[in-house]
Design a protein around this ligand. Structure first.
Ligand code: CMP
Length: 415
């Protein structure tokens, strides 16, 4: 949705909320509407009506799809009713309530937002529930006031406060009984509100607890996974030290990526979108490797699309000297020690932006050295075939690698 349209929808929603709070209150407290406010609201709703009329003729919005005719007509009726300035027309005051229908647009906006909210969906759901509940409480309080009538023994504010008090206690199924119905109409109304209250209470118990428990779904998933893992490890009597390392690894994954397995999470995306996501996700390593900074977009794309993230825990051997090599690595985070075959000598300590494991692939030989993770390491793995393909396509990249390899060979021979 373009920003202007979004802001406009928000402005209309705020006006609709104001109108839906103020119109019933004005009706029951019998005060005159402000000409200015009435005119501003009418103007905004009128512009919105024209805006929506035009839109419904031209295109269907992505959120609605090709909305059926009746639905479009329904929305236009809502906009039309809200745009009529009942407050300043010489007609019965009750007509002013017709403006309340515009609140349906608030519902529409909330539904759209809900589809777009990425983080804190739980808070959002809770917020929208509380919003509707507050509005319902207000309407019920106004209706109760209308049935009770305004007497001179209290001020308007006290009348309203007492009505809200009755509305809350009845909706919450508390019902202290200090304000009780005194006529048949009030009694019927109270029965209705009690029935609604039972529904709201049931809904709140069932949903709010659920919403609160799932306010952070990733954390819930993580906790469940850790519980499952702990049960499994205890059942299979995994040694405590190994258990600690497994849990540490999961905690690290959680901290860095909210425990998401990136490749499976994006596997279902269409190819173009997947490319963009991968470019974004692997962008940090591209930025860290000095050579990539000046490289062509084409090379960056080729590399970014083929790299797979892997994590190593402190002390893990990523490769050992003499093994055959099938992949090379780029370091994104953490430190890796390159060690001699007998593990007595440390050739180098590599950090973010460095790469290793390329020699075995280039010369089709066993690994000349071993590599060990010093800390938690986020690495990106590039498989042999992909590496060779990229070298063949991008001679500058191949030359850069060859340069680094020469230096390393020199160093090792000297050392
Ligand atoms: P490879 O032989 O495939 O596996 C071990 C890797 O260690 C090797 O490729 C190089 O990438 C890396 N390596 C070897 N010697 C050094 C060095 N002196 N400095 C940094 N890295 C090295």
């Amino acid at each position: 949705m373009p920003p202007f349209e979004r802001n406009w929808m928000l402005a209309v929603a705020i006006c609709a909320i104001l109108a839906s709070i103020e119109a019933p209150l004005r009706l029951v407290l019998h005060y005159k509407s402000s000409f200015l406010i009435e005119s501003v609201l009418t103007a905004i709703f009128l512009v919105d009506l024209i805006f929506n009329l035009r839109e419904s003729k031209t295109a269907s919005s992505p959120a609605n799809g090709r909305a059926p005719r009746q639905r479009k007509m329904g929305w236009l009726l809502v906009d039309l009713l809200a745009a009529i300035p009942f407050g300043i027309l010489p007609i019965p005051a009750a007509f002013q309530l017709l403006r309340l229908v515009k609140v349906a647009r608030v519902g529409q906006l909330i539904a759209r937002w809900r589809g777009q909210v990425v983080l804190h969906l739980g808070f959002f759901r809770l917020g929208s529930f509380l919003f509707w509940l507050a509005l319902l409480t207000h309407w019920i309080a106004c209706a109760w006031l209308a049935l009770r009538g305004i007497t001179p023994d209290f001020s308007d504010a006290t009348h309203y406060l007492r009505a809200v008090y009755w509305s809350v206690t009845t909706l919450a199924t508390v019902g202290y009984g200090d304000i009780t119905p005194t006529s048949n109409a009030q009694m019927v109304f109270a029965i209705g509100v009690m029935i609604i209250g039972a529904g709201v209470y049931g809904f709140a118990i069932a949903n709010v607890a659920n919403i609160l428990a799932n306010i952070d779904p990733a954390k819930v998933r993580y906790r469940e996974m850790v519980e499952r893992l702990t049960v499994f490890m205890n059942y299979r009597s995994i040694p405590p030290e190994l258990q600690r390392r497994i849990l540490d690894y999961n905690a690290y994954l959680w901290e860095k990526r909210l425990g998401y397995d990136e490749s499976s999470t994006i596997a279902g995306l269409p190819p173009n979108l997947k490319t963009e996501v991968l470019l974004f996700l692997n962008g940090d390593i591209i930025e860290r490797v000095p050579f990539f900074r000046g490289a062509s977009q084409e090379l960056i794309r080729a590399v970014a699309l083929e790299m797979h993230p892997v994590v190593f825990t402190p002390g893990d051997y990523i490769m050992r000297a003499g093994e055959p090599g099938h992949e090379m690595y780029f370091v994104s985070r953490g430190a890796v020690e390159v060690v001699s075959a007998d593990e007595t000598k440390i050739y180098a300590t590599l950090g973010p932006g460095d790469f290793f494991g390329e020699m075995a692939l280039l010369f089709d030989q066993p690994r000349v050295a071993g590599a060990r993770a010093v800390s938690y390491c986020d690495l990106y793995l590039l498989e042999k075939e992909t590496f060779n393909r990229i070298l063949a396509r991008f001679p500058a990249f191949a030359a850069h690698i060859a340069e680094v390899v020469d230096k390393r060979k020199d160093l090792n021979q000297r050392g």
